[in-house]
Design a protein around this ligand. Sequence first.
Ligand code: RP5
Length: 181
Amino acid sequence: GSYAEPERLDECSPRRGFASAHPLVSIVMGSDSDLPVMKQAAVVLDQFDVPFELSIVSAHRTAMRMEEFAHAAAGRGVKVVIAGAGGAAHLPGMIASATSLPVIGVPVKASVLDGVDSLYSIVQMPRGIPCATVGINNSTNAALLAVRILATYQPKLQRALDDYAHTLEDEVLAKVETLEQ
Ligand code: RP5
C-alpha cells in the first residue's frame, strides 16, 4: 500500500513482517527514533495473530500524509490506530480528529522532559475528540487495548486474552511459590 515501511524497520521485524495486506491495526509513529518503543506493540499483535501494519507518519513533518492516512484508514479496513510520538506529541490527537476510528496514543520518552511532555500532549485532548492514552513508552498496553477492542467482535481473541491473563497470573504465583519455599 501507500504506507509501506521504510527499510530500517525491517531490522526488527517480528515473525510475519510489518505490512499485512488487510491490517486491522495500524501502528504509526512520528519518527523512526520511536521504533525501539513502538516495535513492542507489533510483537504483541503478532503474538495474538492480529494483522497489522507499521509505518512512520509525522504530524509536523508530513502533515499531508497524516491527513491522508487518517482519512483513508477506516476505508482500508483498519479498526484501531495505535499512534506513538514524543515531545510535542500531536500525532495521536490529530489522527483522532480526522477519523472516527478508536485511536490509542503512546507517549514516547524522547526529550529532556522524560516523556511527561509527550504524555501531557496526548492525554489533554479537547472535549469531543477522544484519544486513549497509555503509559509512557507502554506500547505493549496499547497493543493489548487494541486486541481488547477487536475481541468485542472476535470471540477467538477474547479466549486468547483470557489465556494471556491466566499466563500472567501463573507467572506471579510461581514467583510467590519460589519466595515462600
Ligand atoms: C517526534 O519527535 C517523534 O515522535 C519523536 O519521538 C521525536 C523526535 O524525533 P526525531 O527528531 O528523532 O526524528 O516527532
